[in-house]
Ligand binder design. Structure first.
Ligand code: GLN
Length: 307
């Protein structure tokens, strides 16, 4: 079995580089379309705090739907299990992340918190409970990663707000079913800001260590989140974190993970480490094409699949 160090990660990136050019950078959010495509980075943070990196690991990018894990985490600390899971499901959707079809059939209850509809419900719940939802998210991310100068990319947030018809339609449809309590635009603004958090692979690997083990969660969340909740978040990442490619990803990589259309993916190796990869070009499911391949190679070589 290979040994995890910077040289190992470099060698994986070299193997994957030929894939650059085969995917497509997200363009439905105009501010993302201009991100140079040929970038590739990886960072690993182990349970005992060692950091290994390769490639563009310190370049910041828009974390997009990776933020859905953070908003869910905050909601789990503020709502009872019963109150939260009444409004959003726990099952894979088998549909694209921005789909509306199931919402109409299922009375405005989204399948899971990692598709847009589910994340919007979670943000609606946070709007009802937090006094300053954006500032509180920023403080959390800074505290978890230990990096004080993490910010929202306001250009990305306003670019998405200017092209928000689909997410607005999702929110309004849920409102028609009484599953959305606050002003739609206010919640959309918060959601777009969370998606527009600008972070590097290194910062993400540090930030998501709380999902690696109950011990790390206790230290980082000061007992606000328990080990059962950490298992629940990992279970949802495993079944729904990669949208309608979740099955394929479980097959190829075998780890709980969450992607974003900025090209980032965070994967958890339970008990061992957090891995963050980034490459802006996406496959047809909206997941990073080269990033998935990097995770597949790491998981293969180090025998990380949980299956
Ligand atoms: N902000 C994006 C959207 O709502 C997030 C999608 C994603 O990263 N998959 O469409």
């Amino acid at each position: 079995m290979s040994r995890l160090d910077n040289a190992f990660l470099e060698s994986i990136l070299d193997e994957v580089r030929p894939l650059l050019g085969q995917g497509r950078v997200a363009s439905y959010i105009p501010a993302l379309a201009s991100v140079p495509a040929d970038q590739l980075g990886v960072a690993v943070c182990t349970h005992d705090g060692q950091l290994f990196t390769a490639g563009d690991s310190s370049t910041r990018f828009s974390i997009q739907s990776i933020s859905k894990v953070l908003s869910l985490t905050v909601a789990m600390t503020r709502y009872s299990e019963q109150a939260l899971w009444r409004r959003v499901g726990k099952d894979p959707s088998g549909q694209p992340f921005n789909s509306l079809v199931q919402l109409e059939m299922e009375q405005g209850i989204p399948r899971n918190p990692f598709i847009n509809a589910g994340a919007l419900v979670v943000c609606d719940m946070l709007q009802s409970r937090l006094s300053a939802p954006r500032q509180q998210m920023l403080s959390l991310v800074r505290r978890l990663s230990g990096v004080e100068d993490i910010h929202f990319d306001r250009q990305v947030a306003s670019s998405e707000f200017a092209h928000s018809a689909r997410n607005a339609a999702i929110a309004w449809l849920m409102k028609s079913f009484d599953n959305f309590n606050n002003d739609v635009n206010t919640v959309l603004e918060n959601y777009f800001h969370y998606c527009a958090l600008s972070m590097s692979c290194e910062e993400l690997a540090l930030c998501f260590r709380y999902l690696v083990s109950p011990e790390l969660c206790n230290v980082l969340f000061r007992h606000e989140l328990n080990s059962r909740q950490v298992s629940h978040i990992n279970a949802l990442m495993m079944t729904s974190g990669m949208y309608n490619a979740a099955g394929e990803f479980a097959w190829r990589v075998g780890l709980p993970a969450k992607s974003g259309v900025g090209g980032g993916i965070v994967a958890i190796v339970p008990g061992k480490m957090c891995i963050a990869v980034w490459s802006p070009e996406l496959d047809q499911f909206g997941n990073s094409l080269a990033g998935t391949a990097v995770l597949e190679h790491i998981s293969d070589r180090l025998e990380f699949s949980v299956f």
